[in-house]
Design a protein around this ligand. Structure first.
Ligand code: PMP
Ligand code: GLU
Length: 396
């Protein structure tokens, strides 16, 4: 069968693939500990579920405007004002089927063939693929532990050329947990504004920050920043609502109108019932969040202490999200039994077979000397999983 050329260049999401492989093995009775998960292990809070149940019973089960319900757009405007100090009107908001869909749509609307998008690496697996699907060219900006996995304004200035249209920023970051400070962002936005490039700011992990770090949206760091920033966010992580599929974009009216048009011929509106649930999530106090955050921080600290004692492994302290991203270059090239492990993928495969733990190889994030371990799983699982990892790695 002939498949479109643009799809041949795109790889399936490795994070979703590992997660479903681990879930499948577990369902078939194999004792797998899943560190691949990119979703909170907490349930969606009851008051949010109840809003959806009420919506169904009240017959809120029909089409809404393709760009999302006015009620949810209003709740998003209010949330952005209250939590982020950003002033948007409803015409600058579009609701999509998850933040991943928002990102896909943004590139479909913004890019012409050959337009370049700067992506700091390590990056979330979907960014380069979404750019390619829109005919754009991903340009990777490598970062290292030395700069805390953050780009600098000077590096950005050097990388911009006449074809550059967008820079992606993801703070807190998946997979590194890096968090940009207000000062970092001010310097970066000065360059972006001067060079007239858009900054897609993926703020999906904004509430999962630790150690006194604070999330700041780049849209507010200098007066001209808002016009060049495209804010992406959603309810998946903050409210444990990954399956509900609600995300949103706040940005210039023309872009938002373009996304509405695109949705009117593709998905139509995001699910009406899920939008009612998202209204409840955004308008009522986020009462489940403090408990979740405390659990995540404790698990992160435990994981860091255990990983720190493994020979050949080092790990920068992540300041946000729910992943650790250890450097495993000290393990690559080693022999475990009769098998030589030379890539992060081979290491992940070995750990799955020998330790029965699922981790995501760093290759998919543009950083092959690393693996991603999610701490969105119970402390018991973490204790057991890391003990098994230590045992497997001692088999040289
Ligand atoms: N951005 C990042 C950095 C993510 O990790 C995720 C998680 N899948 C998303 C966006 C998309 O989230 P969703 O589509 O569930 O809203
Ligand atoms: N963002 C999550 C992750 O990185 C969910 C998986 C996905 O959407 O690709 O694991």
């Amino acid at each position: 069968m002939q498949i479109a050329r643009k799809l041949r260049k795109v790889s399936p999401s490795p994070t979703l693939a590992i997660d479903s492989k681990a879930k499948q093995l577990k369902a078939s009775g194999i004792d797998i500990i899943n560190f691949g998960a990119g979703e909170p292990d907490f349930d969606t809070p009851d008051y949010i579920k109840q809003a959806a149940i009420t919506a169904i019973q009240a017959g809120y089960t029909k089409y809404t405007p393709a760009s999302g319900s006015p009620e949810l757009k209003e709740a998003v405007c209010e949330k952005l004002r209250r939590e982020n100090g950003l002033d948007y009107t409803m015409k600058e908001i579009v609701i999509s089927c998850g933040a991943k869909h928002s990102i896909y749509n943004i590139f479909q609307v913004l890019l012409n063939p050959g337009d370049e998008v700067l992506i700091p690496a390590p990056y979330w697996v979907t960014y380069p693929e979404a750019v390619k699907l829109a005919g754009g060219k991903p340009v990777i900006m490598k970062t290292t532990e030395k700069t805390g996995f953050k780009i600098t304004a000077a590096a950005l200035r050097r990388k911009i050329n006449p074809k550059t249209r967008v820079l992606i920023l993801n703070s807190p970051s998946n997979p590194t947990g890096a968090v940009y400070t207000e000062e970092d962002l001010r310097d970066i936005m000065k360059v972006a504004v001067a060079k007239k490039i858009h900054v897609l700011s993926d703020e999906i992990y904004e509430h999962l920050v630790y150690d006194g770090f604070r999330h700041v949206s780049p849209a507010r760091v200098i007066p001209e920043a808002k016009a060049w920033t495209i804010v992406v966010n959603g309810v998946s992580k903050t409210f444990s609502m990954t399956g509900w599929r609600i995300g949103y974009t706040a940005g210039p009216e023309e872009l938002v109108a373009g996304i509405g048009k695109l949705q009117s011929h593709s998905t139509s509106n995001p699910t009406s019932i899920a939008m009612k649930a998202a209204v409840a999530a955004l308008t009522q106090p986020a009462s489940a969040l403090p408990e979740m955050k405390t659990a995540f921080r404790e698990r992160r600290d435990f994981m860091l202490s255990k990983l720190g004692s493994l020979p050949g492994v080092s790990c920068l302290k992540p300041r946000g999200a729910f992943y650790v991203f250890p450097n495993v270059s000290g393990l690559l090239g080693k022999k475990y039994g009769d098998r030589t492990v030379t890539t992060s993928l081979q290491l992940a495969e070995y750990l799955l077979e020998r330790a029965r733990i699922a981790v995501v190889p760093g290759g998919g994030f543009g950083a092959d000397e690393f693996i991603r371990i999610s701490y969105a799983t119970s402390m018991d699982n973490i204790k057991q999983g890391l003990a098994r990892m230590a045992e497997a790695l001692s088999k040289t």
